[in-house]
Write a protein that binds this ligand. Structure first.
Ligand code: SF4
Length: 243
């Protein structure tokens, strides 16, 4: 793989979680999932609060052991999903992905989209096969849902535009929270993401490790009506994870 520039001020890779086999994280592929720690967002509904707020206090997995496992599972697993936290905060990400790709795996990146330059560079150099980008809310209410008041959405918008260009397979996804999202927000998101190849709406699920407790999921009726609202703009809009 080609070497990419190391981003100043970014950390080397640290693995804070490793799921050896999953059918859930990489659409259509049996995969392993690697969790990084730390994030530049503070989404109140984030269900990885300890990983985001205090990554240094979380156990670190031995990288050599993770690679040993991946090496042994070639021919069984098809892909590796890299998630977080926010993986693009790590300067060692490209080199790390390069080593995974050298084993023959497909690589999926989960990202909040706030580092478009890194996503673009990884894609253009052939490091990524699939990108799943969170859309936190309509642009006007983005700060409500990523926990950063007065958030400037330009970098997120740049990532959206890049993914919409179709250079790499991708999906957008939104965790829908009753207290955060309205029909107006959904309509604005539909117009913003118009023509996207895939958009998933995931209802918020409460857990003990959320950043802010007290949020609730929308009703099934609301989820269906949001889907209907989005359909004219995004043909492939689906609800994921609704019981
Ligand atoms: S939901 Fe994702 S983007 Fe938001 S704080 Fe958690 S890890 Fe970061």
């Amino acid at each position: 793989m080609p070497l990419l520039k190391v981003q100043k001020g970014y950390k080397l890779m640290e693995i804070h979680g490793f799921v050896k086999t999953t059918l859930l994280d990489y659409p259509g592929h049996l995969a392993a999932t690697i969790f990084t720690g730390g994030c530049n967002f503070r989404c109140p509904f984030c269900h990885n609060a300890s990983l985001v707020l205090s990554p240094a206090a979380q156990p670190v997995f031995d990288e050599a052991e993770v690679f040993n496992t991946l090496r042994k599972r070639t021919g069984i697993l098809e892909g590796v999903c890299i998630t977080g936290g926010e993986p693009t905060l790590y300067s060692g990400l490209a080199e790390f992905i390069g080593r995974i790709k050298d084993l023959g795996y497909l690589v999926k990146l989960d990202t909040n989209g706030n580092n478009p330059h890194i996503i673009k560079e990884l894609v253009k150099n052939g490091y990524l096969d699939y990108v799943a980008m969170d859309i936190k809310n309509s642009r006007v209410n983005y700060g409500l849902s990523n926990g950063l008041s007065d958030f400037d959405t330009r970098r997120v918008e740049e990532s959206v535009s890049f993914l919409l260009s179709g250079t790499v397979e991708y999906e957008f996804r939104t965790t829908v929270v009753r207290e955060h999202h309205t029909r107006e927000d959904m309509l604005e998101i539909g117009k913003w993401l118009e023509g996207a190849s895939a958009y998933f709406l995931q209802p918020y699920k409460d857990s003990e490790d959320v950043i802010l407790s007290g949020l609730t999921a929308p009703s099934k009726t609301d989820m269906s009506s949001y889907k209907d609202l989005l359909k004219p703009y995004i043909q492939n809009v689906q609800i994921r994870g609704m019981d």
